[in-house]
Write a protein that binds this ligand. Structure first.
Ligand code: 1GP
Length: 251
């Protein structure tokens, strides 16, 4: 079973899936490995690995180390074409469709596509949409793009639909790591209702309730990152997993 099939299975069996983001720039290798093990033991369905800059070297070594200790898929969530590793199970092949910077719409993809083919890495075509969250985020700065205003769900759903028609397989609604506010429920609801492809929601989710509300609004996958960079919060991983795994009958 490839990662795409695994993700479909998670949605069917659990209603929605839980992704935990490991940022190599924010945690040291032993901390990453420790968090990965706890995530896998406490209901996380897949690990995302990536960073908006990637200051720390050793991307390959980090993914190899994580793969050695977990059985759940490790999926690259790249900040740029430089973040590719053959140790990963798949990569979110992102196009930043909320922005109008050609480098992040197609330039980085042209650079990375031949490498992805060469190492035979599964690529999950993803329409990546930055949503204004209140504060100025790293993703916004690094991509040199404007996010979609959080009170403009119609722009968001039209953008997501365009991605679907272009053949993308996933939508990622992103408020940005450490966002002051997560993507608003109304926007999640309108986008999820308008497209047929699964919607990932991340950025600024710090409470299980906020995660569950977004699943009930139609999100198929929830991402948390920042919150678990604090070791004191690790005991809450299972609470998030329970909140996110809402069987279809309860939706
Ligand atoms: C960021 O969506 C992810 O790209 C996760 O965001 O770090 O705010 O949880 P947080």
């Amino acid at each position: 079973m490839n990662v795409s099939e695994y993700l479909d299975k998670i949605r069917q069996e659990k209603g929605a899936g839980y992704f935990l983001l490991l940022d190599p720039d924010r945690l040291q290798l032993p901390e990453v490995v420790d968090l990965a093990v706890k995530a896998a033991e406490n209901g996380v369905d897949a690990l995302l690995v990536g960073s908006s800059i990637l200051i720390n070297s050793g991307f390959d070594a980090l993914i190899k180390a994580v793969k050695a200790v977990v059985n759940i898929p490790v999926i690259i969530f790249p900040g740029s074409a430089m973040q590719i590793s053959h140790y990963a199970d798949a990569i979110l092949f992102l196009s930043l469709i909320s922005g109008r910077n050609p480098d992040y719409l197609i330039g980085q993809q042209v650079r990375s596509a031949p490498i992805i083919k060469h190492i035979n890495l599964e690529a999950l075509s993803t329409g990546y949409m930055l949503i204004k969250s209140g504060n100025y985020t790293s993703a916004e700065y690094m991509s040199n793009t404007s996010p979609i205003p959080s009170d403009k769900p119609d722009i968001a759903r039209a953008t997501a639909l365009a991605a679907q028609i272009l053949g993308m397989k996933l939508i990622y609604l992103e408020a940005g790591s450490g966002a002051a506010q997560p993507v608003p429920l109304e926007m999640v609801r309108k986008v999820a209702k308008y497209v047929d492809i699964p919607v990932i929601v991340g950025g600024g989710i710090r409470e299980p309730e906020a995660a569950r509300e977004r699943v009930l609004a139609g999100a198929s996958f929830i991402v948390t990152g920042n919150f678990f960079e604090n070791r004191n919060n690790h005991h809450m991983i299972s609470e998030f997993a329970e909140a996110i795994h809402v069987p279809q009958t309860k939706k």
